[in-house]
Ligand binder design. Structure first.
Ligand SMILES: Nc1ncnc2c1ncn2[C@@H]1O[C@H](COP(=O)(O)OP(=O)(O)OP(=O)(O)O)[C@@H](O)[C@H]1O
Ligand SMILES: [Zn+2]
Length: 674
């Protein structure tokens, strides 16, 4: 026995030590937590590791993602991490995958090839996806996350513990539409406006924002203001086309955009006297005046009742002194950020990203970044959305937010601060990641040993006297629309198999009462799409492919009476050696037997109604209310396509509330962590 395995055997016990070299583990994410977990499991003796990450290495990762070096920047995280960590143990086999865990090829069959899955992700969407796949494949999962000094791990085992979705997650903090669109009062309002409203309007899909305004009106927001915002939306069309046709070198398109949002829109808003009775009036900004230095906010605001907070061209707001990252994408931007465009700012020049920007700097940065983004559109990019690591969009948001702030007498922010606020960045702390990763692996051991009694949710908190607290695991929430469902997998050729064949096959003939199989009235969904219901069977003769239901997707078979749990049918591929003339559908054996449902209590429940979390499709809902789809084009599908408001909500800034928050010892709430 080598030294390495002797120690492992002594610590882990002979049984687990002997098993680890055969264990197949999937590690999703090779970022801050992923690098730590990978190091741990390689050294602990896990034999077969699949490491998946969609991203490439960024310079800003290097302070904590210690498997990467400067020379690795721009390389695949999974590939580099696998290469570095392989050297730690000659017996390990690491399979790196540079890809998104949501890709169709990573279907339930694929998940089932692992003994355990370890999540090291940074977003809710991917976490929820992996959770669902692990519920579908009945694979143990250890979920983890950190935010600054806080951290948490949660072991998840189907039918034994709560799953990731059993407890609803708090949604990020959002702001009323009108605060963002017309009456900002804090820098964050201007940043959200630039990132979630202006970028989509100018560079995103050409969507009608009418729905959002209709909703706002229904919710009782000022009708006159809504009418003005509607006009505003119309005028955007003109600017959008200017951006898509202008020649790259002049500032015409940028000026058209500037005049619209910082002059005309604000002038329009000013005409609504009511709005400004109780709050300071904004000041329309003048492009040429700012450019040639003759425009001064102080001058403009003399005599107005508004309180100017010192964001004029003479008084730039200070940036916080934190380490900067690399700056923008062009020499001009580099110059603006480093030196400022005006003499007034140069004395304040600090680290270039942290420098306070004057009105003139912001104008120049606005023109410059708008030109870069417009050029990208003209070079074939369909739509551009905000990404904190995309310098063009970050520069644009910095400039646009600061210009808006100036117009409203709100202090400006440095590029660094904007990146932090717009990107929802919570500082990552390497030690927190290391502690959490250790706990992840300890829980992986419990799951592999099946010592389930030892599993705990563990919280790491900023409390020197009690840094770690554990919480006994809760039973699955019977109302959970993810782990409460019954999962089955069919292997098929979606171009040949019809929806009806799947439904009939899965329900089976029934061999008696109450056994959960046999023909019954059901509705069938794919995500939010209704594909059939008891009064509407048009799609049953159509192939899955024609309905857009392909490998990696789920069909939800929902009992019309609400008597049985929903069956989630995962669509998988026929085995490679399946005979060409063989059956194009392989049903699971035995057929799924959904348990009788626990009727939800009459009071508001936690139920994330099947088949998703919208809460808008209840099993008891009368069929007539549903929006049906013939599935021709998946784009017409969703009955409730997320409105812009919703998108804004999702993008909404998650303020750094949790940073100073201490977790209550008894808290079972799972907070969203990065
Ligand atoms: N859908 C997904 N599929 C695969 N990997 C994902 C997916 N979503 C996120 N990831 C990966 O999860 C990792 C999370 O790591 P981490 O929280 O350290 O984020 P980061 O992007 O490295 O750092 P930061 O967000 O602080 O810049 C990232 O490497 C990211 O690429
Ligand atoms: Zn659940």
């Amino acid at each position: 026995m080598s030294g390495r395995s002797r120690y492992a055997t002594a610590i882990l016990g002979p049984e687990l030590a002997a098993k680890l070299p055969e264990v197949k583990v999937l590690l999703v994410g090779a970022g801050g937590i992923g690098c730590e977990v990978l190091k741990n499991i390689v050294l602990a003796g896990f034999g077969h590791i699949t490491l998946l990450d969609l991203d490439t290495i960024d310079l800003s990762n290097l302070n904590r993602q210690f498997l990467f070096r400067k020379k690795d920047v721009k390389q695949s995280k999974a590939m580099v991490a696998a290469k570095t960590a392989s050297a730690f143990n000659p017996n390990v086999h690491i399979t790196p995958i540079h890809g998104n865990i949501k890709e169709a090829q990573f279907d339930v069959s694929w998940f089932k090839t692992f003994d355990i899955v370890l999540n090291a992700l940074d977003n809710l969407d991917a976490r929820r996806h992996v959770n669902k796949m692990c519920m579908a494949g009945n694979v143990p999962l250890v979920e983890s996350g950190t935010a600054g000094y806080l951290g948490q791990i949660q072991p998840i085992l189907k039918d034994r513990t709560e799953c990731f979705d059993c407890v609803p997650k708090p949604t990020p903090k959002t702001f009323p539409v009108c605060t963002i669109r017309s009456t900002p009062s804090q820098p964050i309002h201007c940043i959200v406006w630039a990132k979630s409203y202006l970028i989509p309007q100018l560079f995103g899909e050409d969507e009608d924002s009418g729905g959002e305004l209709d909703d706002a009106e229904k919710q009782g927001e000022n009708a006159q203001e809504i009418a003005t915002l509607r006009k505003e939306a119309q005028a955007f069309k003109k600017v959008r086309s200017a951006l898509r046709t202008a020649s790259g070198n002049d500032e015409d398109a940028a000026k058209t955009a500037f005049d619209k949002v910082f002059f005309s829109d604000i002038t329009n808003l000013l005409s609504m006297e009511d709005m400004w009775r109780t709050r300071a009036k904004p000041t329309p900004l003048e492009f040429d005046g700012i450019k040639n230095g003759t425009f001064s906010l102080e001058h403009k605001q003399i005599g107005s009742s508004s309180q100017v907070n010192g964001s004029s061209s003479k008084q730039p707001a200070d940036g916080a002194l934190v380490n900067g990252s690399t700056a923008g994408g062009s020499a001009a931007t580099e110059r603006i950020l480093k030196n400022g465009s005006s003499a007034a700012s140069s004395s304040k020049a600090g680290l270039k990203d942290q420098r306070a920007l004057t009105l003139q700097d912001n104008l120049e940065l606005f023109v410059e970044s708008t030109n870069r983004l417009a050029l990208r559109l003209r070079n074939g990019e369909d739509t551009i959305s905000f990404d904190k690591d995309d310098d063009d969009t970050l520069d644009f948001v910095t400039a646009a937010a600061n210009l808006r702030a100036a117009a409203y007498g709100i202090p400006g922010k440095s590029r660094w601060e904007v990146k932090e606020m717009a990107g929802n960045i919570i500082p990552a702390i390497a030690t927190t990641n290391a502690i959490i990763s250790g706990l992840v692996v300890l829980h992986a051991f419990h799951l592999l040993r099946k010592t389930y009694g030892k599993l705990r949710n563990v919280h790491l908190q900023f409390r020197p006297s009690l840094p770690l607290s554990t919480i006994n695991l809760s039973q699955p929430n019977p109302q959970c629309g993810v782990c409460g469902d019954t999962y089955a997998e069919v292997l098929c050729d979606p171009s040949k198999v019809t929806l009806g064949q799947i439904v009939d096959g899965i329900l089976g003939d029934g061999v008696g009462d109450d056994d959960g199989t046999g023909k019954r009235e059901v509705s069938v969904y794919e995500e939010k799409r209704v594909l059939s219901d008891p009064d509407w069977d048009d799609n049953l003769d159509r192939t899955l492919e024609s309905l857009g239901v392909t490998r990696g997707k789920f069909l939800s078979i929902v009992d019309e009476e609400g008597e049985y749990a929903t069956i989630q049918v995962a669509i998988g591929e026929l085995p490679a050696n399946h005979p060409i003339d063989g059956n194009s559908l392989m049903l699971p054996y035995p057929l799924p037997l959904p348990p009788k449902t626990v009727k939800p209590p009459a009071t508001p429940s936690l139920k994330r109604s099947a088949p998703d979390d919208e809460g808008d499709i209840e099993m008891t809902e009368p069929p007539a209310k549903r929006v049906r789809t013939n599935g021709d084009a998946p784009s017409v599908a969703a009955p409730v396509s997320p409105s812009k408001k919703r998108k804004l909500d999702e993008d909404g800034i998650l303020l750094l509330e949790s940073k100073d928050e201490e977790l209550d010892d008894d808290a079972v709430e799972v907070i969203e962590l990065d």
